[in-house]
Ligand binder design. Structure first.
Ligand code: PMP
Length: 433
């Protein structure tokens, strides 16, 4: 039995009420507002290792990890010390710096498809650069994306986009001109026939197929390896670019990302989250021949005042140094598996339908029988049950993503004790759900 007293959230409530008067919805990014799970969010005070503390001093085992970056654990001492040392030299240069070479080299060494890389400040920016690049390279406009995949909030990607867009029930967003999405064609994940059909209907017009090579923005969905292989084939046959958006999966499911995990190499890759070690970094990279189109090497324009920022490069380099050690991702997967196995056993014991899976340090479960192969399958999960589950776990000290359309993140800092404790708490919650 779990003997914790349920948490209360007085200070969080007070601060969030004030925040709502100051910022739309009280937040700087929609899913943080807990809209789809009900109740108000907790306001964080500090993070360390596998834990987060809120302003009421409640301590959580954290499986959000600032939405992915905290893969070696929050506020790692080595990262903090390195960032402080860099900070003594200044916060931003707006000029070339050696740290960019060092992180670029690490990315190129790690990610099979990447021969050259351009740094940005976010995953969204990386995806904006990427789509312009694939269009410039192929001199075609149409792209294929998948229902439930999120590629940041650029206009052309806000079509059936998963994540916060799915959570809020907005298949699209007002303010996005129809012309901006007209060339974005949507296929079904894990369904190669739906992709073939679009290629047939748009002969020699498809610039790229863009996907999350493991989906984290419709909840957690693994691709069939054959699906990825078939995408590799069909894009090559049609002179189209294959893009893996590894903003979430990069350096997380394996050091070389999902492309290493599944052994399928795209032409272009987008990255973010982990490569910034908690500071703002995104990146896109790929074959030299394609990347040399990017300005100033080539004519495709993309830029950034703060891009390649020394603090962010430092946090990224230090994080990567830890991740490149042997066995890290096997250990992450072992812990992810231990967690989902425990949750599934507890759910089944108490008569709940559940379907769960993991890859490296990324995992997820749905309260539905499964298997969940695409976004449509994911929508069969019970949102009301998820909302209650989320609140009850929160009140007992487990911080889970506040939407059933988000994946969970394991870190190197989570111990077996943390995971066992999480399963015990889940068992109690599931017995009452
Ligand atoms: N692509 C994917 C696959 C993502 O998961 C995200 C963010 N969750 C993005 C792009 C956008 O990144 P950012 O939030 O850093 O703009």
């Amino acid at each position: 039995a779990v003997e914790t007293e349920l948490y209360t959230f007085e200070k969080s409530e007070e601060i969030f009420a004030a925040a709502k008067e100051l910022m739309p919805g009280g937040v700087s990014s929609p899913v943080r507002a807990f809209k789809s799970v009900g109740g108000n969010p907790v306001v964080f005070d500090r993070v360390k290792g596998a834990y987060a503390w809120d302003v009421d001093d409640n301590k959580y085992i954290d499986y959000v990890g600032t939405w992915g970056p905290a893969i070696i654990g929050h506020a790692d001492d080595e990262v903090l010390d390195a960032v402080k040392a860099t900070m003594d030299k200044g916060c931003s240069f707006g000029a070339p710096c050696l740290l960019e070479n060092q992180l670029a080299q690490k990315v190129i060494d790690a990610v099979p498809s990447v021969e050259m890389v351009r740094f940005t400040n976010s995953g969204t920016e990386a995806c904006m650069g990427m789509i312009r690049l694939v269009r410039a390279y192929t001199q075609r406009e149409k792209v294929i994306k998948f229902e439930g995949c999120y590629h940041g909030h650029a206009d052309s990607f806000l079509v059936q986009a998963g994540s916060g867009v799915a959570t809020l029930g907005l298949p699209d967003s007002p303010g996005v001109p129809a012309s901006a999405t007209a060339a974005t064609l949507c296929a079904q994940y894990n369904d190669i026939e739906s992709v073939k059909k679009i290629f047939e209907d748009n002969k020699d017009e498809i610039a790229a197929v863009i996907l999350e090579p493991v989906v984290g923005n419709s909840g957690f969905i693994k691709p069939d390896k054959e699906f990825l292989e078939a995408l590799r084939e069909i894009t090559t046959e049609n002179g189209s670019v294959l893009v893996f958006d590894e903003v979430m999966t990069g350096f997380r499911v394996a050091y070389g990302g999902a492309q290493e995990y599944f052994g399928v190499t795209p032409d272009v890759t987008t990255m973010g989250k982990v490569i910034g070690g908690g500071l703002p970094v995104g990146a896109y990279g790929g074959k030299r021949e394609i990347m040399e189109l990017v300005a100033p090497a080539g004519p495709m324009y993309q830029a950034g005042t703060l891009s390649g920022n020394p603090l962010a490069m430092t946090a990224g380099i230090k994080t990567m140094e830890r991740l490149e050690q042997p066995g890290v991702h096997e250990e992450l997967e072992r812990k992810s598996k231990m967690l989902i196995d425990g949750i599934v056993a507890a759910a089944e014991k108490h008569g709940h339908e559940i379907s769960a899976d993991c890859a490296g340090g990324m995992f997820g479960w749905y309260f539905t029988k499964g298997p969940v192969k695409n976004f449509q399958d994911a929508t069969k999960a019970d949102p009301e049950k998820f909302g209650k589950w989320h609140r009850m776990m929160l009140e007992r000290g487990v911080y889970l993503a506040p939407s059933m359309y988000e994946a969970g993140f394991m870190s190197m800092a989570h111990t077996e004790e943390d995971i066992k404790r999480t399963i015990e708490i889940a068992d109690e919650v599931l017995s009452q759900l």
